[in-house]
Design a protein around this ligand. Sequence first.
Ligand code: GP9
Ligand code: MN
Length: 650
Amino acid sequence: MMKKEWPRHSILAIAIIVTWLKTYIIYKTSFSITIDNALQEFILFINPLSWLLFVYGISLFFKSDKAKNRYILAIAVISSIVLYANVAFYRFFSDFITLPVLFQKDNFGDLGASAAESVYWTDIAYFIDVIVISLAIKFIKIKSESTAFRKGQRKAYFILSTAVMFFNLGLAEAERPQLLTRSFDREMLVKNIGMYNYHIYDVYIQSKSQAQRALADGSQLVEINNYVSSNQSEPNPEMFGLTEGRNLIVVTLESLQSFTINNDMNGETITPFLNDLTEDEDTIYFPNFYHQTGLGKTSDSEFLLENSLYPLSGGAVFFTHSGNSYNSMAESLGKNGYHTSVQHANTKSFWNRDMMYESLNIDEFLDIDSYEIGEGEAVNWGMKDIPFMEQSVEHMAKLPEPFYTRLLTLTNHHPFYLDEEDKMIDEFDSNSGTLNRYFQTARYLDESVKVLFDELKQQGLYENSVIVMYGDHYGISENHNAAMEQYLGKEITPFETAQLQKVPFFIHIPGYGEGHVDEEIGGQVDIRPTIMHLMGVETKEDIQFGGDLFSEEHEEFVVFRDGRFITKDHVYAGNTCYDSETGEEIDQTACEPYIEPAFTELEYSESIINGDLLRFYDEDNGQMILSEKELDKLEKEQQENEAIEVVPQQ
Ligand code: GP9
Ligand code: MN
């Protein structure tokens, strides 16, 4: 009996279809990927296809059937291993694999053990495509005509696979604008571009930063260190150590801009509680304080605050350089006996926080799994701020003291949706729904801060704490300028846009009694030195770009991430120099002396990050470590727990 003969590219077609469907089924069964609408489901379904078409399609270049089949099988095996490794990893860490995780020594031990724990013999099912393809190769008889694919057809095939890729990327971009440039969450990447493409992207991002790192050496740091040292500001003796030994609670006020403070909207107060704080005897409020974030938004603000370095000009440093050495505020306070933590009711992989927090030496990350989100307690991006504050204070009551904990709020986030019962003021009446709703969520955020203070008092944690609060970045982008003009009642020039970069900064010290409004001009890069000095920790040897806002020597010079800057007398924005008092354009020469220094600051900070230069620096004694060899030696010594001998600068 004649066996049925199959068309010549059957094996290729089977491989693509089986691996594709298998991948989708695994997405649905082995990971918990949140899907909010039908479009997201569709993207998830098609996302393995572009890569599979491409990579299996390469088999079309093989001449012999045997080589072709072997190649297809090898790809099936490799892609199954990648997928399965993620499944096993996810079982333990609820996260997808990213290259640094494989190379971080600390993780590695845990990883091996955990991986072994989460492997079952039934997992063979994850290799179902390999089995199906092997059987197909063995039993299917292909029509005996030549399997050589004609060039034209091959071209058409790859055009098709490229088209599928662009279709996928197009849908992903529509669903998640700036997905690749901001790369905010591994889950979102997997959801939108697929597991296989995600790994390619991850390899690209990581190898780019590894290459820059490999080329760097400690000598680059000498010049930077000289610059930084000459700009250090002496602490103000009246403030230095004022809150030493107290718990430090830092609250990130999501998307809160300063224009909401001491202001109203159609007669309604936007932030009553924060307004009172600006006049409170225990609070120092900084109205001339600016955010300096880039594409990494909240994560950039965290980066600035922890390290007093500028974030990157492109991409989010939390993603691109999470394996670097840093000298974070958490690390320093940790060395001073503090337990350090971050509390945030969101997935831990968002902004790659789980990875980055390890590098920042944050002891504990209380993420969404540490919160109980009851019926009606979530809106917009997740858990509502009020229950979040309540539960965070419950966590604090259990933390070892003294602690440094950071709370990241979420409700006042674009697109600013709120449940009816949480709306405490009306919407604004412009043609921008975003701006209209913003006032309501900002009002809600204000209320949650009040709840935080009340809860702290109830738990007996208030008196012995210092509460620092800052706005992380803008909430209303320039897209809403027309509506903002209506609200502010003035034209938004580049000067005004720079003013809108002001975010509130509060330092609340229970029992202080000398609260005031501090007009000093500053930015997020100044938070670290200001707070560290308040906590009684010296920062003389630290490589940081900010200065202590309380210091007599603090320089009023705020550089934005894109090169715009503010000085006491000028605002430089849109390549134009403005008088800071009047907002009027003035001669460029007034700003000229600052253009270069602004650029230099950003450049220096960028090279520290790209070259991972802080690995060549010992902040304990301010010594430079110049060569890889010396660095290896030091690491070895550290590992052996012996006294660290640092080779001084030559
Ligand atoms: C997400 C939250 C918001 O966890 O921090 O991030 P954003 O979009 O503001 O950067
Ligand atoms: Mn934010």
